[in-house]
Design a protein around this ligand. Structure first.
Ligand code: IVH
Length: 379
């Protein structure tokens, strides 16, 4: 403690540096979802649910898309939007109320009082339509041409819709946020209260799908048109696989499906863990391949003195695991595949486990790539 210094970099890490948005507490914790990657996982989930409910239970699931964006919680009081917040750590998020007001699919006024609701928090995912995203980068390139002429540093292109949505939500300039074309898909009521102050979150409708239909009727953008009510695992896995096949032709990035027990009363019988509700599960699509940028190569010295080059790439998700470091095996591997620093590389998880670089994407070479010089001497 005697060496403590205000100037120390340890005093600047993480959240402190990143933002000065006001922190707000969610009306109820925003939980995450349990993940699954195959049909067997889904069958186990189904069995677990059936074992926890009475024999006579009529079990139905709502199967919906898992949108790959940034989550949001929006609070209305006396029919007026009063707050928008990011998920943050699940208990507290950042206050992004002003930006929330310019998101497509989130009305500013909603007639909740006609349903006996005084205060309500609805939750959803903020995304950017792929066409809109493409246009954002076209606009940015035009802007960059002008900046280049003036000798001003150019702006980086947007990497993907998810990061852009997340970044846009936390911007200070609402006019700029508006231009980003953010759109919300509401998937849940997080909390609701009547005019006497009683919690009525689970009492508005009997089924999850009816909540979504209601929100849709009230003017929210929801996924109601692509939600299926299904009562057996065969048709659920079929529906999941159908979307896995056609995800690329959908105008919004989705990274899986979410299977939710449809009955609200059964949901509350199942309850939750500290991390996720026990009545829902995500079925994540297999991302067998992903692309990323090779930033640098480290050289690891093994026990025998053999030197292994290790690629450091911008982190990417592959089947639920974040990958940022991949072995390049040896110098020949690099030469044979003609891998260069700054290349966009295709990453695969061989046998679903070990990450592997398939090779560089030659079409993405733009003249900024640099050859890799294998060290002559032991590092
Ligand atoms: S329900 C209590 N439904 O996925 C259940 N989440 O991996 C909470 N997400 O943080 C989530 N699409 O932001 C639900 N149709 C959907 C979703 C969805 C995307 C996100 C959500 C959550 C994350 C969990």
């Amino acid at each position: 403690p005697e060496f403590f210094s205000e100037e120390s970099p340890t005093q600047k890490l993480g959240d402190v540096l990143k933002d000065d948005l006001k922190s707000v507490r969610h009306l109820k914790p925003m939980l995450s979802l349990e993940n699954s990657y195959n049909i067997e996982d889904l069958n186990r989930f189904d069995k677990r649910i059936k074992d926890s409910l009475p024999d006579s239970a009529n079990i139905e699931y709502a199967v919906e898309l898992k949108y790959d964006g940034s989550s949001i919680a929006v609070v209305y009081e006396n029919d007026v939007l009063v707050r928008g917040a990011t998920r943050g750590n699940g208990l507290e998020g950042d206050d992004i109320t002003e930006n929330t007001k310019v998101i497509i699919g989130i009305p500013l006024q909603v007639n909740f009082s006609s349903l006996g609701i005084k205060k309500i928090e609805v939750r959803g995912e903020v995304v950017i339509n792929l066409k809109v995203f493409e246009q954002l980068n076209i606009d940015r390139e035009k802007e960059n041409l002008k900046l280049r002429e003036k000798g001003i540093k150019e702006l980086e292109l947007f990497k993907n819709p998810r990061n852009t949505a997340a970044g846009s939500l936390r911007m200070k300039d609402v006019e700029e946020v508006k231009k980003r074309g953010l759109e919300a898909i509401i998937y849940q009521v997080g909390y609701a209260e009547d005019h006497q102050g009683n919690e009525i979150t689970d009492q508005i409708r009997n089924q999850h799908i009816d909540y979504i239909q209601l929100l849709s009727n009230l003017g929210f953008n929801t996924g109601i048109n692509v939600i299926e009510k299904l009562d057996n695992m065969n048709s659920i896995s079929e529906y999941c696989l159908e979307w896995q096949d056609k995800r690329d032709s959908y105008p919004i990035d989705i990274d899986g499906m979410v299977i939710k027990l449809n009955s609200i009363i059964y949901q509350s019988m199942l309850g939750k863990t500290a991390h996720h509700p026990k009545w829902a599960i995500a079925y994540k699509f297999k991302a067998l391949q992903a692309k990323s940028i090779l930033r640098k190569v480290d050289y690891q010295v093994g026990r025998t003195g053999a030197i292994t080059p290790v690629a450091k790439i911008d982190p990417v998700q592959l089947m639920g695991v974040e990958i940022s470091s991949i072995s390049l095996h040896n110098e020949d591997f690099i030469r044979d595949k003609d891998i260069q620093l700054g290349d966009t590389v295709i990453v695969e998880r061989a046998g679903d486990v070990i990450p592997y670089i398939v090779g560089p994407e030659m079409e993405e070479r733009d003249g900024h790539q640099q050859p890799i010089y294998f060290p002559e001497n032991c590092p």
